[in-house]
Design a protein around this ligand. Sequence first.
Ligand code: ATP
Ligand code: MG
Length: 579
Amino acid sequence: MAALNFTSSNSIANVFSVDTGIVFAKVNDLDELRRLQVNQLIAIQSSKAGQLQIGLINKITRKAIDLDTSLDDEIEETDISLLNSENLIKVTLIGTLFDAIGTETDVFKRTIDSVPEIDAECYPMRGSDITSFMSTISRTATEAEKPLNIGSYSIDENADAYLDGDKLFQRHAVVVGSTGSGKSWCVARLVEQIADLDNPNCILFDIHGEYSTEDFKKDGISHFRIANPSDLEKEQKLSNNILMLPYWLLTYEEMLAMLLDRSDNNAPNQAMLFSRAVTENKRNFLEKNSENEILGSFTIDSPVPYELDKVIEELENKDTERVDGARGKKNGPYHGKLTRFIQRLQAKQQDKRLGFLFDVNDDELRMKWLEEFCNFLMKGDQKNGVKVIDFSEVPSDILPLIISLVARIIFSVQQWTKGENRHPISLFCDEAHLYIPEKNVTDSISQIGLNTFERIAKEGRKYGVGLIVISQRPSEVNKTVMSQCNNFISLRLTNLEDQSVIKRLLPDNLSGLTDVMPILDIGEALVVGDASLLPTRINIAEPEIKPSSATVNFWQEWGSDEITQDLENAIKSLRMQSK
Ligand SMILES: Nc1ncnc2c1ncn2[C@@H]1O[C@H](COP(=O)(O)OP(=O)(O)OP(=O)(O)O)[C@@H](O)[C@H]1O
Ligand SMILES: [Mg+2]
């Protein structure tokens, strides 16, 4: 028995005009027209037996009463005149329901390989039809052992909405919505289910420390933070979940982006001598540790430890060098040309806020350190599969560089892992507009960060690295990265510019769906993409673990007779640069 059984008596309209993916149907009875709603599901008789075409009502138009009836005879081609002349519905086709494929009955597919014929019957789905259709959908989507359930469909609260976890993470996804629309909760809903799997592997970049509170704890999630000034003295940082990112991980370009002032006349000399000194010191390190294999083929960008103090020493020598000349001693060729560069380097080195980069101890200057670091961040395992990294104490001017550094290390290690040994990893990029920006970036720090993410967006799929781009301003997120994303979870978006970005990324025939973006409820999302069988509205279920993004109630707080304000400690934290 098929999930949906319609006969001619259920038909309320007949197909009138067909386009690829869009169907206009004439509704004969005005009362039927009145009962229809935009976004309602419609089944349409297919030209093939055993199939129904499924679509969503996009537009409902009643015949304009005062329309000049003489026009009825010569209906023009344009939508407008067509819409004015009849009681019409415009339907976006979204898939096909098959009575059976092979031994499986009631199978819904997102393919539309035959379009309805003119005059085909249209059946509205109501009540029990919706429920049985939805259960068909869920059945196909729940084949995984632990299916990814994100909430329920807005059109039928009783039908659970599942996403295809493979497709969602394979080819990148986007979570967008205005501030307070429920993005972080949506992420929490995804993350808590990921954490329940046997060997999950993902990293969540936590920019504001929202996911790093007590409320966001459960088995399968581990929390790291980038070392703050008061962490620097601690031993065994990694095993205490404190992350250092030693300067020797930075590539030549990344290092120069931080240190070089390109407007300085001596910039080329500075860059050249710096690169020479770094290469030399990396070589020394490898020799001292008898890393003969690596010695033959390392480059300046290889993540090999070196002593920065030695590099500074060598640069200082060049900067003050005196050489023999025809008439006694004279200044060396680089005399005084490196002073500004050395000063900048030393200033960074002494900046406590950058201690996680430069205040490196012997433990962090070992070859093995990188392996231990990756073991913490990239191992898929049951207890610590989801890694939340708190970046809230990283200075905002270098945030793009630091996040992309972590992303780049993960991507490169993954790239150099043999295919059969690779465990897929997903990067959740919250507040992505901050470090994957669209604006023409002028500073080299942001540019370098961007290159890394563009690369992951384009090539990540091949190496099992997926991106989840989360932002309240999709129009400020890099277009190249966005255009590589195949799944969209769009919560309420009020800004026109942001809406149009999402509209442009959706397939043409679905762009009508996006009209609901500004009127979605909190926690309600328009979900489109290959991970979702049905492009539709979903009420995202409340996560068990909650990010601490709680909205402040100004009026209530101002009206209460108790206040818990603590300025003294705030100022102390500001001075110490740690909470
Ligand atoms: N699925 C949901 N069900 C019920 N309430 C929700 C849901 N999602 C969000 N909310 C409510 O909205 C508030 C804000 O949600 P959230 O922090 O996820 O917003 P956001 O989109 O991440 O905002 P921002 O861009 O400022 O980070 C939550 O504290 C919660 O009260
Ligand atoms: Mg948020």
